[in-house]
Design a protein around this ligand. Structure first.
Ligand SMILES: Cc1cc2nc3c(=O)[nH]c(=O)nc-3n(C[C@H](O)[C@H](O)[C@H](O)COP(=O)(O)O)c2cc1C
Length: 185
């Protein structure tokens, strides 16, 4: 791909504690390495999807649902998003466990989002997130420690724990590049 026919991609995300922002940046970096022109924007200030060849959208699960910020973006731009291929990624603690029950739960969150917004993503990825204990306030840290303990996850609150498989994130970015090439932009 050269600069003349390089695809123009938008990565739109929302992040509560910062980890999804890191994943969004990692995806953008991989896409750029693959020759794409990439804009990264937080959902509440992101541009319309209309002028992009592919849109990548992602946010975390908090309290059993996708964020209202990304949901609002997908709802506001639903018509434009029907004209553009979308790759959706979800970040959660649920996806740190790959057994069928946890996968079904994480898949259910995707369904909630797609039925609320009418989004029809061409690609969907569900990544394990992070326990950012050092970034949480006292109550949130205690709450998340309890949740983590009940799921058999890390409970040392003196450090953060990243559960994300970065190879999986890179693989998703590569799938997006492949999708982009198949569109023959
Ligand atoms: C207050 C709180 C509630 C959460 N609720 C859920 C949940 O219901 N289900 C889940 O799978 N993960 C849950 N998580 C885990 C987050 O999805 C995970 O920490 C993710 O990395 C957060 O991304 P962010 O840093 O971009 O906000 C929760 C995390 C926090 C801090």
């Amino acid at each position: 791909m050269n600069a003349v026919n390089a695809p123009n991609l938008l990565v739109v995300y929302h992040s509560v504690d910062g980890h999804t922002a890191r994943i969004a940046e990692r995806i953008a970096q991989q896409l750029r390495t693959g020759g794409a022109i990439v804009s990264v924007a937080e959902a509440s200030v992101a541009p319309s999807p209309a002028k992009f060849d592919v849109v990548v959208a992602g946010d975390p699960i908090h309290a059993g649902q996708h964020t209202k910020e990304l949901t609002a973006y997908l709802t506001e731009h639903a018509a434009a998003l029907r004209q553009v291929p979308v790759a959706l990624f979800q970040v959660s603690l649920t996806s740190a466990d790959r057994d069928p029950e946890h996968q079904a739960t994480a898949g259910g969150y995707v369904e909630q989002l797609t039925s609320a917004t009418g989004l029809e993503p061409r690609l969907v990825a569900r990544f394990a997130g992070a326990l950012r204990y050092t970034a949480y306030g006292r109550l949130k840290r205690a709450f998340m420690r309890r949740i983590a303990a009940s799921g058999g996850h890390a409970t040392d609150t003196s450090i953060d724990h990243v559960l994300t498989d970065w190879d999986e994130v890179d693989g998703f970015a590569n799938d997006i590049l492949q999708l982009t090439r198949s569109l023959a932009i």
